[in-house]
Design a protein around this ligand. Sequence first.
Ligand code: C5P
Length: 419
Amino acid sequence: MNNQKILLGITGGIAAYKTPELVRRLKERGADVQVVLTRSAREFVTETTLQAVSGRPVRANLWDKEAEAAMGHIELARWADLVLIAPATAEIMARLASGSAPDLLTTLCLATEAPIAIAPAMNHVMWSNPAVQENREKLTNRGIRILGPAVGDQACGETGPGRMLEPDDIVKAVCAPVAVQNAEQAPLAGKTVMITAGPTREAIDPVRFISNRSSGKMGYALADAASKAGAKVILITGPVGIPAPDGIDALNVENAKEMYAAVHSNIDNVDIFIGAAAVADYHAVNINAEKIKKSDDKMSIELARNPDILSSVARLQDRPFTAGFAAETENLRDYAIGKLEAKNLDMIIANLVGRNRGFDSDDNTVEVFWRDGEQSFPTTKKSVLAKDLVALIARRYREGQAAETENTKTELPAIMVRD
Ligand code: C5P
């Protein structure tokens, strides 16, 4: 970070007590740090401390004549190579999202051409609030980097997503070479992702079928997010009423058997498989050639199990990273973890479904489980959630690849000895 000029905005959250440490870490890497405090930040951390560690007078007031005479706010906005706001409260996110500029920090953010990164920190319920999530989406879409938040214990005594990233992690994120930062923006560049989406329809006769309420929205949002993350996407979809995302050609299928065939004839070279389809568990043993006529008061249809597409992929010898969904109406955690193991998956994304929840809705709330971890995602639009899920899948995929390379390295000497 040699001579990188960082304008560090500190806003009023309890995590502000970690910012003198953050300034020191940035300075150790060679950065020049100018601190700007908001009024509420001064309740948590003092100008004296920050001036001592940064070696520069702290700026806190847009109307400070002396400071403005030394370096006016527009000049300060031009001076910065990066604007970093840590901690970033829900309030500053709202101000940035709306473009309002009632104080020095927000004015600088509007006036700068430098990239902006923020490290949100707030109570996990606040972080989950739809207003905050909408603001986060707006900021991300405008190219503002969102660092974290981390999941864990909170100052309020609760646990969840909302902790500010640790100073070291913030420094690592802002110091990462451009290639790594690009990898964050396009984490799936060069990878092929196959996604199944929508319901399947299992015919009973030429005009009737068994199906479910899946709208395909989650799978389509994932396809879009994976494509925007740089992946080549193969979308295999049952019948839905929404258009394929831009730039993605969907393979349309009707029933589970066709979906199974489409998946397995295109699975070579797939790096990541995401089973988001609500595949019917059964199909009719006999499909009537003609429309079934009503006769008796009761009728029964003999059904046979459909192949499990997801677990058939997860059991391939050269298997892709495999993620599935578990839509449950109860016991979410237990059923989801059971499926993770039974289907030999790398990850399971679990959501409660039922009246106005999950299926056919524009929002979703999910818990994600993998073998040694889990993460919950607050209720948010499926398009926003899809981006987060794709980022998490990309991270877990990369970690898996790195662990495999590491294992191959440690196995090498044994092979050499045998030769
Ligand atoms: O066992 P259950 O149907 O709850 O598992 C759901 C997950 O398995 C989803 O990811 C779904 O796409 C996948 N699945 C599948 N083929 C089936 C049934 C489910 O790929 N026949």
